[in-house]
Design a protein around this ligand. Structure first.
Ligand SMILES: N[C@@H](CCC(=O)N[C@@H](CS)C(=O)NCC(=O)O)C(=O)O
Length: 223
């Protein structure tokens, strides 16, 4: 089967980062197709996406030319294609919690996502800390702490070894670095573990090398 993952700018596209980290960290071979964000007409669009998906957003996983769109659908599809990689936790209770925390990430934390947009190559300490984003951060810290305490014993990630849940929270970890969010020890150690993943390092290094400036994703850039 031929897998192509269509992604956006590595510095900015948090949704693209999730399945890319998943595939790379799990050792699933794929071809990367990178499209760039275009905000020249005031909005944000992905130039060239219409060739891959009518939904108009990245990421898209092309499987033998057939699209799977939306990060959660891609993650479920990859897990189904590779049962041997155990991309969800093996234990049924842990697996239910892992699915729930991914769904919560996928549908929630709008305040954090809006006020602390992903921008891996930049540093904006203290920016974006509103009462609403604080509430999202507190919930994420509680959720990480619960996963680490109940299911994380066998390793340093949410469910011990690497799972889809870590891929889903990787862009939150990079945001916490960009905005220098102070965290309790368990959460800080979890961030260190995610940043040490080879796939996260590879993506972040590539993001830092990117030079495109997308104004729509740069609320804190000096004018
Ligand atoms: N729910 C989607 C969200 C995808 C999404 O919003 N992608 C952004 C880039 S990170 C995008 O393509 N934006 C361009 C647009 O909305 O036209 C997912 O989980 O994949």
């Amino acid at each position: 089967m031929k897998l192509q993952l269509v992604i956006g700018n590595k510095n900015y596209s948090s949704w693209s980062m999730r399945p890319w980290i998943l595939l790379r960290q799990a050792g699933v071979p794929f071809e990367e197709v990178q499209l760039k964000f275009d905000d020249s007409d005031g909005g944000l669009r992905v130039a060239g996406i219409e060739k891959f998906s009518a939904a108009g957003k990245v990421p898209v996983l092309m499987i033998d030319g057939e699209p799977v769109w939306d990060s959660l659908a891609i993650a479920e599809t990859v897990a189904e294609m590779h049962p041997e990689k155990q991309l969800w936790p093996e234990d049924p209770v842990a697996r239910r919690v892992a699915r729930s925390v991914c769904a919560e990430m996928h549908s929630g934390f709008q305040a954090l996502r809006g006020a602390m947009v992903m921008n891996i190559r930049s540093k904006h300490p203290g920016k974006g800390m509103t009462p609403e984003s604080r509430k999202d951060i507190d919930r994420i810290v509680a959720l990480w702490t619960d996963c680490r305490e109940r299911f994380g014993g066998a390793g340093s990630l949410l469910f011990g070894r690497f799972t889809i849940a870590d891929a889903f929270y990787a862009p939150v970890v990079t945001r916490f670095r960009t905005y220098a969010v102070k965290l309790p020890r368990v959460a800080e150690e979890y961030c260190e573990a995610v940043l040490a993943l080879s796939a996260v390092r590879e993506w972040s290094d590539a993001a830092r090398r990117e030079t495109e400036f997308v104004a729509a994703d740069e609320p804190y850039a000096k004018g």
